[in-house]
Write a protein that binds this ligand. Sequence first.
Ligand code: HEM
Length: 474
Amino acid sequence: STSLKLPPAPPKLPVIGNLHQLGRLPHHSLSRLSQRYGPLMYLKLGHEPTIVVSSANMAQEILKTHDLECCSRPPRTSHTKLSYGCSDIAFAVYGGPWRELRRISIIELFSAKKIASFRSIREEEVERTMSSISSYSSSSLPVDLSKELIALTSTITCRMAFGRSYHDVGSRFQMILNEAQAMLGGFFISDYLPIIGWADWLTGMRARLEKNFIDLDRFYQQVLDEHLDRVQQQHQQDSGEDVVDILLHMQKDEKSLTTDQIKGVLMNVFIGGSDTSSATAGWAMTELMRHPQAMEKAQEEVRSLVGSKGKVEESDIDQLHYLKCVVKETMRLHPVVPMLIPRTTLQHFKINGYDVPPNTTILINAWAIGRDGSYWESPEVFKPERFMNSTDLEFAGKDFNMIPFGEGRRICPGKNLGIKTVEIMLANLLYSFDWELPTGTTKEDIDMDETPGVTVHKRHALRLLATKYSSVYS
Ligand code: HEM
């Protein structure tokens, strides 16, 4: 290994390596570090060799040219536990079972037809949330928009996954899921320093992980048993099936699908699907509150299109060009999975003259790439107009300068579903209400602090005063 030419490496400490340089928000710390050491950095996170990628060019090398060599996932305590031993899509190592599950999910769960079949769920639940916000509107109390959005996306996901009778999973289940999610981005010492892995027990992390897992598993088992009775008696129907129905039907026909795989996919649908969309919509509203002109333009567009219809439907969205630019600009500045999901290399390869050994973790800093001044003019400025009239600037576009969903073999399979959910929520929020900051605060007071974790949320809830837009009810 001494003959390998590795990418530039910041100095490291014995045993912990560069762990102390990650800070509370690793995407920020690593972005700063890359300004000094370049777009490819070689770190040691405890015992784990890691390459951090911080430019679009290098991301393209990894996600396109060398996608096959680095499309596996490194083992992680929390990921392994919550994915039934990596029997899922998101954390499974590269290989036959992952490929098969991904193929099934793309054809059966995330196809355009399937996404369309869940349309009424999205529209009904968005409408329900708008009426709940209306009640605040009449009481002149601020709405905790972050909370409303999380409740909305988890209800949509529950109905899609488990069916109508599960639309209200109760705050308990939501709480466990939120905690499980935080754990996925959390710090398990055993992941990096197996030599003192017992510290996970001391800190109580391990016990919490086990408990959350047992609670979630109990819930999934109950849902599966209830669905199983029904599925045994019915023939496959093309519409009206929830995710559990589809997977159980597939299991009945193909037999190769294990119950752990079904539960693993459910965990992915939940953890990958609900939080990401609510966090994105929350960031979009936050940016619009800081940029009143953009807010006015977006509201003007949606209101002039929809008129006095009372709500925005999905069929309207294609004509909302500015709204789509707002969503893109939000995802450029706030990719809610800022470092994607870690990858690991399967074999040695070279990139930009440097060696990348096998079993090296690859972290791609999508957050830094979206704010890179060599690709983006005034990168820190929220300016949805930059996407107007540009067919080149797409998510996972050809230049790799905006990759909020990743790219290559591991690209997010729920991308189109996620975008649709964000757009319909945002369009209705903008159409139905005028938004103001709580009395005594100005747009300069809006903080942009983030929570650490796999999915990055706004740290402090976005609280706003909502006033019903009069033409909605006229
Ligand atoms: C705004 C919404 C969303 C964002 C920003 C997002 C982002 C991401 C990102 C960055 C990855 C990692 C890609 C990589 O490793 O290169 C990912 C993977 C994944 N996402 Fe999403 N996602 C969203 C919505 C969804 C939805 C709605 C679902 C499902 C219902 C979903 C399911 C998954 C799964 C299963 C994977 C793992 C793919 C694999 O490893 O093969 N995501 N997502």
